[in-house]
Ligand binder design. Structure first.
Ligand code: LMR
Length: 344
C-alpha cells in the first residue's frame, strides 16, 4: 500500500484529527473576520492528472471560470492539470492535510479509505452513464459523499469520465485473449481481482506513467476511457482496442471538511451552487468528448478498434461476475442492489 495512504488510513487519523481541529479554529477565525487574512482571497488549489481537454480538465476550468466570475476578489482557483503538481495518491493525502483544497480523483483510487466506492469498479454493473447518474442521485448519494469525512475528505459531487475499454497487443473479443498479459490498472483491489479473473497480471500504476510503460513493454495492456486513451495517446502504443465498456470511470469532487465548514456561509453556498452546475454540464460534455475521442482514434489509423458481439459480451460478463461475490460484503449488498436497480 502507498505509504501516504497508509498514513491516512492508519495512524495518520490522529494527525488528521489534530489538523481538523486546528483547521476548524483557524478557519472560524477567518470566517469571523479576525486577523488580517480577511481581505485576502481564499485560495483553492485544484490539482488533477488528466489533460485540460478531457472531461475532468474542462470541468475544472469551468469551475475556475465561474468562481472567478461570481466570487471575484473573494476566492481564487488555481487548476494544475496533467499531474504537474502531484499524482492522485499524493493529492488525496494533500487534501486531507490541507495542502490543496479541492480534488477530482477517480472513484477507484479511494478504495483504501472506503469500501463503499468499490461499487463503481464492479465489472459490467453499470451498462452506461445514465445508469450511473440514476445511482448517484439515489438513496446512497449522501452516504457515499460523506463516507470519508473522518479521513479528511468530504465529497461534494461526482463527475463522469466514461465507460472503460481494454487495449493491448491483441484484440480482446474473448477474455481468453487476456491470459498472461500484464495490465496497468488504477490503485483498486476490485480492478486487481477483475484482471486476475481473466488470467491477466495486474500492475497498479499512476496514470502519468502509463504511456511510457506501454511504449517500453513494462505492461502489455490497459483499461481506460476513449477520452483518456485519446488525450494521453495510449492508442499510439496499443495495436488493438476492444469496445468492452466493462466498467465505469468517474470522479469524486472532494474538499477538506474543515476547510469547507470554515468558509463564510455565502461563499460556501455559492461554491456548492457552482459545483452542482458544473457537474450537470460536465456530465453532458463527458459523453460528447468520449464519442469524439473514439472517432479520432479510429480516424488516426494507428490502432484497430474492435466491437464485441452480443455473444462475446455475455462471455465477458460471465467471466468477470465472480468479482462481485468477492466484494459484496465489503461494499454492502444494499448498495449493490441499489446500483443494480438503477441499471435495469
Ligand atoms: C487513471 O488513472 O487511469 C485515471 O484515474 C485517470 C483520470 O483521472 O481519469
Amino acid at each position: 500500500m502507498n505509504k501516504k495512504l497508509q498514513l491516512i488510513s492508519g495512524r495518520g487519523l490522529a494527525v488528521i484529527a489534530k489538523y481538523l481541529i486546528g483547521g476548524f479554529v483557524l478557519s472560524s477565525l477567518i470566517a469571523c473576520g479576525s486577523g488580517s487574512s480577511v481581505s485576502e482571497p481564499i485560495l483553492i488549489k485544484f490539482p488533477h492528472v488528466t489533460s485540460p481537454t478531457t472531461p475532468k480538465g474542462l470541468a475544472a476550468q469551468r469551475f475556475r471560470d465561474l468562481v472567478e466570475e461570481r466570487l471575484a476578489g473573494r476566492v481564487t482557483v488555481e487548476v494544475y492539470p496533467s499531474g504537474q503538481l502531484m499524482n492522485d495518491d499524493d493529492s488525496i493525502e494533500a487534501l486531507a492535510f490541507g495542502e490543496v483544497q479541492m480534488i477530482a480523483t477517480s472513484l477507484s483510487k479511494f478504495d483504501r479509505l472506503t469500501n463503499k466506492f468499490q461499487v463503481f469498479d464492479l465489472p459490467f454493473l453499470f451498462p452506461d452513464l445514465e445508469a450511473v447518474e440514476r445511482f448517484q442521485a439515489g438513496a446512497s448519494r449522501e452516504i457515499l459523499l460523506e463516507s470519508m469525512s473522518l479521513r479528511g475528505l468530504k465529497g461534494l459531487g461526482f463527475w463522469h469520465n466514461g465507460m472503460k475499454q481494454f487495449g493491448g497487443p491483441v484484440p480482446m473479443n474473448n477474455p481468453e485473449a487476456a491470459k498472461g498479459l500484464k495490465f496497468r490498472i488504477m490503485e483498486s483491489d476490485v480492478l486487481q481481482a477483475q484482471i486476475l479473473a481473466i488470467g491477466g497480471s495486474p500492475q497498479k500504476m499512476a496514470f502519468v506513467e502509463v504511456y511510457q510503460a506501454l511504449q517500453t513493454g513494462a505492461v502489455d495492456a490497459q483499461e481506460n476511457t476513449w477520452s483518456n486513451i485519446y488525450s494521453s495517446k495510449f492508442y499510439e502504443v496499443q495495436k488493438h482496442l476492444t469496445m468492452t465498456n466493462h466498467g465505469y470511470l468517474g470522479y469524486l469532487i472532494a474538499v477538506n471538511p474543515s476547510f469547507w465548514s470554515g468558509l463564510p456561509d455565502d461563499i460556501r453556498t455559492e461554491l456548492e451552487t457552482i459545483v452542482s452546475e458544473v457537474s450537470s454540464w460536465a456530465n453532458q460534455q463527458a459523453k460528447l468528448i468520449n464519442k469524439d475521442g473514439l472517432e479520432k482514434i479510429i480516424a488516426s489509423g494507428r490502432t484497430e478498434v474492435t466491437p464485441l458481439t452480443d455473444q462475446e459480451l455475455k462471455v465477458w460478463q460471465q467471466t468477470m461476475r465472480p468479482v462481485w461475490d468477492k466484494f459484496a460484503d465489503k461494499i454492502g449488498v444494499d448498495i449493490i442492489a441499489e446500483a443494480q436497480g438503477a441499471s435495469n
